[in-house]
Write a protein that binds this ligand. Structure first.
Ligand code: ZN
Length: 273
């Protein structure tokens, strides 16, 4: 019988700096009276805007789908790419890293667990304090009026968009990547898992030159990643007290991380060549 074993997890952390106002949309139905039409998503308890892991992850995946020319083959309202059979899946780094829905029947029992988890990201303490002190239009946000011009009558049709102001920082974000092996533990399998991880860096680099949230083509949602760090927790970390996680890098950027030799450090931590 086949078995799949977790060998460890990579933790990629850092801050997300908002360079141009960020609009990650919330739910207009739950608006307070007097709220704007296009609100940002907020934490239910603290009322602070945050970046849902699903938005961050979904945007990276979409950009990678296009970057690697993956066929858009699924979904009715929102069209997405998801490999539908094992041969395609095994050739597709996007699906192997981001996962496929369990409804893909041909793939049942053929796939590895979804490797990448993306946590929600909240305001840094510094930005929370700054926004509290700033005189913003509404709690932690600004309201930007966007004007659409009627192409026939030239009538202006302004509408408000709520945004997290430029300069705000969210963090730390946390991307968690599981490294799995099938049946036996070998360095070649772990190397393949680590090679798949490369597309996470590609996705982040693509995202910096694209946008997060809505209204991107009208200027919103430019972000940069800052103070990136990487840690590895081998499987033994979860079993024994005192088995430390392995620090790999601190306070750095995407390019440095790519070239820091993290794959060898992880292989060493697992006692593999
Ligand atoms: Zn795929």
């Amino acid at each position: 019988m086949e078995s799949i074993q977790l060998q460890g997890k990579i933790f990629l952390t850092g801050n997300i700096k908002v360079v141009t106002g960020l609009h990650v949309g919330g739910d207009s139905d739950n608006l307070d009276i007097g709220g704007v039409d296009n609100p940002v998503i907020r934490d239910l308890l603290t009322k602070e805007p945050y970046i849902p892991g699903s938005s961050f992850r979904g945007k990276m995946r979409g950009l990678l789908d296009r970057h690697f020319d993956r066929p858009i083959n699924k979904g009715r309202d929102v069209k997405i790419h998801e490999c539908q059979d094992p041969a395609a899946y095994n050739q597709c780094s996007v699906c192997q890293v981001f996962g496929v829905a369990p409804s893909a029947r041909n793939l049942r029992g053929e796939t590895m667990p979804t490797r990448l988890i993306v946590r929600d990201t909240f305001l840094t303490d510094h930005s929370r304090k700054e926004l509290e002190e700033a005189e913003t239009d509404s709690l932690f946000t600004e309201v930007k009026w966007e004007v659409t011009i009627d192409r026939i009558t030239s009538a202006a049709n302004p509408r408000p968009i709520e945004r997290v102001p430029a300069g705000t920082t969210f963090g730390p974000f946390q991307l968690i990547y599981g490294i799995y092996t099938r049946n036996t533990v070998s360095s070649s399998q772990v190397k393949e898992e680590l090679d798949l991880f490369d597309i996470v860096f590609t996705g982040m680099a693509l995202l910096e030159d694209d946008y997060l949230g809505g209204s991107g083509s009208r200027g919103s949602g430019r972000i940069t990643f800052q103070k990136l760090g990487m840690t590895f927790k081998p499987r033994t970390h979860y079993e024994k007290k005192g088995t430390q996680s392995v620090p790999i890098a601190l306070n750095t950027d995407i390019e440095t991380l790519r070239n820091i030799g993290y794959k060898q450090k992880i292989l060493d931590a697992l006692g593999l060549q």
